[in-house]
Design a protein around this ligand. Structure first.
Ligand SMILES: Cc1ncc(COP(=O)(O)O)c(C=O)c1O
Length: 352
């Protein structure tokens, strides 16, 4: 069986939209575009549809992620990659996906939109939020199409050991697609699993330019997987999905000086993360700070309501996890500039 057999029959049999291939210097009378741009400057060239497959950007991404160009699909943020996977693999009312909460909330949202049940195998709070691999594998059934693993995890910042992921990939070969969301991998001391997509046909790796590459406003990410999986996702993806200005910004972010600057700033942020982790650990208002491999720290306060009032007065917003019993009194704090991190520390110390 090939991995495509796991996809919805409607998607496997889809006659997807084919954009015409046109030489650059041809007179373009095929796409009902305006013959010239109006305005000047940033509107140049915007009278034309973008390339259906942005070849130069794909090539830069392939270089950065260390995979072949054929293993890269560019998407509008990695959020769109999650949505494409749900829509391609999960039949509403029949299939299910496996999630390990706490995790990025959009897995659950896109599963709900697709009418797909989510089986939850929570991370083990008492074991520093480690994945319970035995329980995870035991919870899959014949309709478990996708297993979402967030590593480093959002919101708790932990990394899943490579050996555990390989065990899941091997056990679920030809049964489930295993999606490793590596949105924060640049901030971690572990290697990306992207290069394993040629070894495991059921592996999908999600990457994004929104975090380490400082391009959240552009909405650009990548799905890295076998050509077979990418062909399915591509058929669901809107034609001309990536806007021309986004393609240009993403190409710049992956090139020369701008790329070097972004990677240097990852070092600054991870150093700030470690400084803040120690300093927060010394604040009387904080019960616990978990170690993190991402650009944020996950903490538990003694009295969250008091902290919320204090930070509201200080004009600082953090991400609160209130209603959930496991995450009771917890919050996720994004590492900001040293100045803003100090401002947070001053506000919290005022509660000591
Ligand atoms: C784990 C994780 N995956 C994916 C995303 C989505 O990123 P993008 O901006 O590429 O859609 C986020 C955003 O916060 C995230 O935390």
């Amino acid at each position: 069986m090939t991995i495509a057999a796991l996809a919805r029959a409607e998607i496997r049999n889809l006659q997807s939209y084919q954009a015409a291939a046109v030489a650059d210097d041809n007179v373009k009378m095929h796409a009902n575009e305006a013959p010239a741009a109006t305005g000047t400057g940033e509107t140049d060239g915007l009278n034309r549809y973008p390339a259906p497959r942005p070849a130069a950007l794909i090539s830069l991404m392939a270089g950065y992620y260390g995979v072949a160009e054929g293993n890269v699909l560019v998407t509008r943020g990695s959020s769109e990659g999650i949505d494409l996977l749900m829509r391609s693999f999960c039949s509403a009312g029949r299939d299910n996906v496996l999630l390990t909460p706490p995790a990025f909330e959009m897995y659950q949202v896109y599963a709900s939109i697709q009418g797909t049940r989510a089986i939850s195998v929570p991370l083990q709070a008492e074991r520093d939020f480690a994945v319970n691999t035995d329980l995870l594998l035991g919870s899959c059934d014949a309709n478990t199409k996708l297993i979402f693993l967030c590593s480093p995890n959002n919101p708790v910042g932990t990394v899943i050991p490579r050996a555990e992921i390989v065990r899941i990939l091997e056990t679920r070969t030809a049964k489930s697609v295993v999606v490793i969301d590596e949105a924060y991998v640049e901030y971690s001391d572990t290697e990306s699993l992207a290069s394993l997509v040629t070894q495991f046909e059921n592996l999908v790796v999600l990457r994004t330019l929104s975090k380490a590459l400082a391009l959240a406003g552009a909405r650009c990410g990548a799905v890295i997987a076998s050509t077979e999986i990418l062909a399915l996702l591509q058929s669901v993806l809107a034609p001309y999905a990536m806007a021309s200005p986004v393609i240009t910004s993403a190409e710049r972010a992956l090139t020369g000086m701008q790329l070097r600057e972004a990677l240097e700033s990852v070092n600054t942020i991870t150093a700030e993360r470690e400084r803040l982790r120690v300093e927060l650990g010394n604040c009387a208002t904080i019960e616990r700070v978990w170690p993190s491999q991402a650009n944020f720290l996950f903490v538990r306060f003694h009295d969250l309501a008091k902290v919320e009032r204090c930070l509201a007065d200080a004009g600082i917003t953090i991400r609160i996890y209130a209603g959930n019993s496991e995450l009771h009194n917890c919050a996720r704090i994004t590492i900001a500039s040293a100045t803003d991190n100090d401002r947070l520390l001053r506000a919290l110390r005022s509660l000591d």
